[in-house]
Design a protein around this ligand. Structure first.
Ligand SMILES: CC(C)(COP(=O)(O)OP(=O)(O)OC[C@H]1O[C@@H](n2cnc3c(N)ncnc32)[C@H](O)[C@@H]1OP(=O)(O)O)[C@@H](O)C(=O)NCCC(=O)NCCS
Length: 142
């Protein structure tokens, strides 16, 4: 399935974005609700993925620093390339904006997913919201 991916407007579409993030991070992974939404959301570039029926099934965000985060695809829609399509679109946007590098704090279970997209592990494993993470970076140099 080829998802439709577009930039979402935080002020008017935050409830659609948060519905996906809460389902994935809070309800599925047990992240506390107050850690899910932060002060970066208002300034971030958010993506929203929809399926062929217009159902909203995934999201991700990019901060001006190059920090990629909040990658989330609803469980029923995983493994069909939606997460990869979201990530590739963020890489394209970051490159277009002149960023030379992007980085993220990967959940260790998703490390191989990011490795496949050119990210390299940097540093030691750390715990955030009760989940093991590792920082990963990806160069955008031509
Ligand atoms: C990470 C995530 C966004 C990937 O979305 P997706 O639509 O399934 O991604 P794709 O279909 O493009 O790629 C899936 C591949 O990555 C692997 N993968 C991705 N996340 C994984 C995870 N948390 N655990 C194990 N494998 C994972 C899948 O096994 C699959 O590999 P395969 O193609 O060899 O079977 C999605 O799994 C998700 O929302 N996970 C829960 C939230 C999360 O962990 N977010 C990442 C925070 S760093």
């Amino acid at each position: 399935m080829r998802p439709i991916i577009r930039i979402a407007d935080w002020p008017t579409e935050q409830s659609a974005l948060l519905t996906i993030r809460i389902a994935v991070f809070v309800e599925e992974q047990g992240v506390p609700l107050d850690l899910e939404h932060d002060e970066h959301d208002a300034l971030a570039t958010h993506l929203l993925a929809a399926d062929e029926h217009g159902e909203r099934i995934g999201t991700a965000r990019l901060l001006s620093s190059g920090h990629i985060g909040r990658m989330a695809v609803l469980a029923a829609h995983r493994g069909r390339g939606i997460g990869s399509a979201l990530l590739l679109e963020l890489l394209r946007l970051a490159h277009q904006r002149g960023l030379r590098e992007v980085f993220l704090n990967a959940q260790c279970s998703a490390e191989s997913f990011y490795e496949r997209h050119g990210f390299v592990r940097e540093g030691e494993i750390f715990v955030d919201a009760g989940i093991d993470h590792v920082r990963m970076v990806r160069s955008l140099a031509d």
